[in-house]
Design a protein around this ligand. Structure first.
Ligand SMILES: Nc1ncnc2c1ncn2[C@@H]1O[C@H](COP(=O)(O)OP(=O)(O)OP(=O)(O)O)[C@@H](O)[C@H]1O
Length: 634
């Protein structure tokens, strides 16, 4: 192929502009990105060579070499990995903007973040070279291609790039950075070594640099021809736990995830027996921006005997644990395992179950820490975890029946007794004598749930009610019916039944009131025909005149609203209006003579107010306002 000049794709151009003009801090990460690409290229070769050993040619030892030339102001990152064909170079290094590009750019612009470190999270690492270089040349030959089919790609990172075919003996890729004027600090063995040990110590291949020795005659360090490894090159997880420090675990996490906030917790185990594998799993401290995307790639990498097999192996973690990051290294899966095979493999299923249990135990040991010295700190960590990931964990209630009980214990809620952190176990321990069920109410917001009229009698009697205000709660409740043998009961569904919590006298009084109120009830039913399924007297209200409840088995108003918001058709079930016969407003209503239009108006207002109080929306707000105004004017 003759030399061609091609244009970068528009998004790549924008990206390059931002990279060269906006990223000021953490410039050194360019080396991490390029070393990581080199290491990925070696992993890819190893993987492809499983089915075609000839790809190794005569260089089976995969490695990354870094060298620099002070006079020419150049740094070269070489690998003998898979390499690039000319077509791949054009595609991967210029024409196709990666999926993360847009998001990366919006973050840079949005938050005015100047931290180059962000770049690694978005899969656009190659371009980070332009932070320090004003020209990058890539020379490469793809494994398996003839030496005459090498490629040279070169660009100043502005509008376009050049590509041409070259003859290249060595398999793999050289990335040559021509440094910008003021970036000389990187032309130093010490500087480059220190960046590698900071970011790339755990890359599982050797990263080599030329040895520097002291030349007494010249009175300076000189670079020899001998190459030496500058990273540890030991997959951290394959070392024994006792040899690894907390700092090493944390720095490995950072390399794995590019997340600079230290993880909240981690677990590292070697599992022996029928399935042998090592797991090193982390719980991040902060939720990523795209956590709600259930199709998002998982965070666990699969290795087989330290050979990297694949990223984001979803088969290794259930979807509701998609926030977990780490590495699983199996000793007995076949090396050429495919994604399809992974889904079906029994060995993988066992790994997934084992890893799920590990993560749950890790969470339990924080939530329920009995550790003398760290219990308070652990519990605080759990609260932090729950704030970030609690809602995702709830998905497990419906998705992982085998662990439902363990998951239920890990849930935390608000209640009428505390605004956060209430577990089912706390609730059960505080249950009143004679109380048989766990009461809850769902609502759009904590304030709406807390002030719900349905709670009045419970508050008066000091009975705790759990307040479920998370969007997933309604869904979760359709999968969770009880906790340790105690049924969960909505206080907004069915007639209130306080069972043994209500004394005989109260019951008798309520029954009498209902009988005396019967004629008014009948009139109310007539007025509200088509809106209320039924109207009845209740004892659940203390201060409010009325409230809406769903009939047992019907959908709650809150769930119907959620479904509507999400664009689903909610079955049209009418609510029941419950009235407080003792309330002055209701008494006033009862006193209105037959046939007076005022009765109808007041009945509608009673209903609409009850709907508003539970966070519902009026179908005809103007009519409501009119009625209220008329009533005020008397
Ligand atoms: N040293 C290399 N050898 C072979 N291919 C490479 C090399 N460096 C980059 N590439 C190719 O260029 C593509 C783009 O690289 P870039 O760093 O921008 O993104 P990425 O590596 O896919 O994502 P991430 O940075 O998250 O690893 C890579 O996917 C790969 O196909």
């Amino acid at each position: 192929m003759e030399k061609q000049t091609l244009s970068f794709q528009a998004e790549v151009k924008q990206l390059l502009h931002l990279v060269t003009h906006s990223l000021y801090s953490n410039k050194e990460i360019f080396l991490r990105e390029l070393v990581s690409n080199a290491s990925d290229a070696c992993d890819k070769l190893r993987f492809e060579a499983l089915n075609n050993n000839a790809l190794f040619e005569d260089a089976p030892n995969l490695e990354v070499r870094i060298s620099y030339d002070r006079a020419a102001r150049r740094i070269v990152i070489s690998d003998n990995g898979i390499g690039l064909s000319a077509a791949e170079a054009i595609e991967h290094l210029g024409t196709i903007a990666k999926s993360g590009t847009k998001e990366f750019m919006s973050r840079l612009e949005g938050e005015q973040a100047k931290d180059a470190n962000l770049i690694g999270q978005f899969g656009v690492g190659f371009y980070s070279g332009y932070i320090v270089a004003d020209r990058i040349t890539v020379e490469s030959r793809r494994a398996g291609l003839a030496i005459s089919e090498g490629v040279r790609w070169s660009s100043e990172g502005t509008g376009d790039f050049e590509v041409e075919t070259i003859t290249r003996e060595a398999r793999g890729t050289d990335v040559i950075l021509h440094l910008r004027e003021d970036e000389d600090e990187f032309l130093s063995t010490w500087k480059l070594k220190s960046i590698i040990s900071k970011y790339s110590d755990h890359i599982s291949l050797p990263v080599l640099m030329r040895k520097e020795t002291w030349d007494a005659e010249k009175g300076e360090n000189v670079i020899s021809d001998e190459w030496e490894p500058v990273n540890k090159a030991a997959a951290l997880w394959s070392r024994s736990k006792s040899e690894i420090t907390d700092a090493e675990y944390k720095s490995f996490y950072e390399q794995l995830t590019y997340d600079q906030t230290p993880p909240l917790a981690y677990t590292h185990n070697r599992v022996e027996g029928r399935n042998e594998y090592t797991q090193l799993l982390y719980i991040p401290a902060k939720a990523p921006m795209d956590m709600w995307n259930r199709d998002k790639r998982g965070g666990v990498k699969l290795y087989v005997k330290r050979v990297f097999i694949m990223d984001d192996a979803e088969a290794l973690m259930p979807v509701y644990l998609r926030f977990v990051k780490g590495v699983i290294d199996s000793a007995d899966l076949p090396l050429n395992v495919s994604r399809e095979l992974l889904q079906e493999s029994r060995g993988v299923k066992a790994i997934r179950e084992g890893s799920t249990k590990r993560v749950l135990s890790m969470l339990e040991s924080l939530a329920d820490s009995q550790d003398e010295t760290s219990a308070a700190a652990d519990k605080a960590k759990y609260a932090e975890f729950y704030k970030e990931f609690g809602s995702v964990l709830k998905e497990g209630i419906g998705e992982d029946h085998a662990n439902q009980e363990r998951l239920a214990k890990l849930l935390r809620f608000a209640s009428t007794h505390a605004d956060e952190g209430v577990s089912f176990a706390d609730y059960v321990a505080r249950m009143k004598e004679g109380q048989e069920v766990i009461y809850y109410i769902t609502g759009d917001t904590l304030a709406a749930a807390k002030n719900s009229p349905q709670l009045e009698i419970f508050k008066k009697k000091g009975i705790e009610v759990l307040l479920f205000t998370d969007r997933v709660d309604e869904w979760m409740l359709s999968h969770l019916y009880e906790f340790e043998g105690k049924n969960l009961q909505s206080v907004a569904k069915g007639a209130v039944d306080l069972g043994k919590l209500q004394d005989e006298e109260e019951k008798k009084h309520a029954e009498e009131a209902a009988v005396g109120f019967k004629p008014t009830l009948d009139r109310l039913k007539k007025s509200l025909e088509g809106r209320a399924k039924d109207v009845r007297v209740t004892t659940r209200l203390v201060d409010s005149p009325a409230c809406l409840v769903a009939e047992e088995g019907d959908m709650s108003g809150h769930l119907a609203r959620l479904l509507k918001q999400a664009g689903h058709a909610a079955p049209a079930s009418k609510p029941v209006l419950e009235v407080n016969a003792e309330h002055p407003l209701v008494r006033k209503l009862a006193a209105i003579g037959d046939g007076e239009a005022r009765f109808d108006d007041l009945a509608q207002v009673l209903f609409d107010n009850a709907l508003l109080a539970e966070g519902g929306q009026l179908e005809d707000p103007a009519a409501h306002v009119k009625r209220i105004q008329a009533l005020i004017l008397g």
